[in-house]
Ligand binder design. Structure first.
Ligand code: NAD
Length: 321
């Protein structure tokens, strides 16, 4: 089968591509493994640096419906829809966020529908679909109450995927990802970018800025576990999910203080001392509105796994680096 990753040049898209090439198969429509003959990385930036005869990188804009209909034909058995404008950028540029996070998702689903064969579509949503007054434990069926444009766009993407699934146009699965830490490279425009920055920059010998209070609670997942979750989400039988296609992934609930303590244990107090505290009211308001407690029993019963402890997440980052 052909597999498409939108956002295939990105942080998770590239890791997913490597893992899919290693694994070589994905569940077909009847659940039995099918070989991956072609893996298409569709991204607005060039997806370079990977070499495999099954790979095809297409550089283009997923908001272009003509391109999507060309890429998604009846041989495409799986679409991992990862391309997105991240939270801070979607908040700053409303039109861009709506175009890429909402309009393009609809065009993608329409392209799948036009192909007429009900491919599996895995959509990466976010904890940003929640906000405001929340119950102590957020469950998969807690009402979506986003407080940012990005969260609204993800929530609308979830609803679209759910309806295209109900109509039998796609076999959709929504994974609400915790914040993925530790993200390598440079800071990005996500509101939660600091969560990786306060670990990554000190380990690189650089100063990091922490913009939120130390008791801010975050919901985190390592890149390794996130990629594993994407595969689990794909290979699950649709019947196991039933009508509710959205799953809150298990994560690690930690405060910023606990993250810094873990960094101190793994890399030394002098490394952790490179974090400077400089409160940012906007980031504190948005991140502070995300849920602190999660009930992920359903995800665990479906086979999704979180990380054991934050020290191990830092050590895994150092190994991968
Ligand atoms: N990383 C996280 O902490 C996190 C948390 C929750 C949800 N998510 C979601 O997971 C997905 C992947 O996240 P990531 O961290 O890999 O993000 P990323 O920013 O690294 O990758 C997204 C990719 O999408 C591409 N893209 C953006 N606009 C495009 C367009 N118009 N056409 C084609 N490609 C376009 C970008 O070039 C980029 O390569 C996203 O949907 C994101 O919203 C990520």
């Amino acid at each position: 089968m052909k597999v498409v990753i939108t956002g295939g040049a990105g942080f998770l898209g590239r890791r997913l591509a490597i893992r899919l090439l290693e694994k070589g198969t994905l569940a077909g429509p009847d659940g039995s493994p099918l070989p991956i003959d072609q893996l298409i990385l569709l991204d607005v930036v060039a997806a370079g640096g990977l070499s495999d005869p099954r790979l095809r990188a297409i550089q283009g804009d997923i908001a272009d419906p003509v391109l999507l209909r060309r890429v998604i034909d009846a041989d495409v058995g799986a679409v991992f829809h990862l391309a997105a404008v991240v939270s801070g950028q979607a908040e700053a540029d409303f039109d861009l966020g709506m175009r890429v996070n909402l309009d393009a998702s609809r065009h993608l689903l329409e392209a799948c529908r036009a192909a007429g064969h009900c491919p599996r579509v895995i959509f990466t949503s976010s904890v940003a679909v929640y906000g405001g007054e929340l119950p102590a434990l957020v469950r998969d069926d807690t009402a979506l109450t986003p407080r940012s444009s990005y969260g609204v766009q993800k929530a609308m993407g979830e609803l679209l995927l759910s309806d295209y699934t109900r109509k039998g146009y796609v076999d959709g699965r929504v994974l609400r990802l915790p914040t993925i830490v530790v993200r390598p490279g440079k800071p990005n425009k996500a509101t939660s970018s600091f969560a990786s920055g306060i670990i990554r920059e000190p380990l690189n010998g650089e100063e990091a800025v922490c913009p939120v209070p130390l008791d801010t609670r975050l919901w985190l997942l390592s890149p390794r576990r996130a990629v594993a979750a994407l595969l689990t989400g794909h290979d699950l039988a649709g019947a196991a999910l039933g009508d509710d296609r959205a799953v809150n992934l298990p994560g690690l609930s930690v405060t910023v203080r606990e993250m810094i303590d873990a960094l101190s244990r793994v890399a030394g107090a002098e490394v952790a001392a490179r974090i400077r505290h400089e409160p940012d009211a906007t980031i504190t308001r948005i991140v502070g509105g995300w849920p602190g407690g999660w009930d992920t029993a359903r995800a665990e019963a479906l086979g999704f796994r979180g990380d054991g402890e934050f020290d191990a997440v830092i050590r895994a980052y150092l190994e991968d680096r």
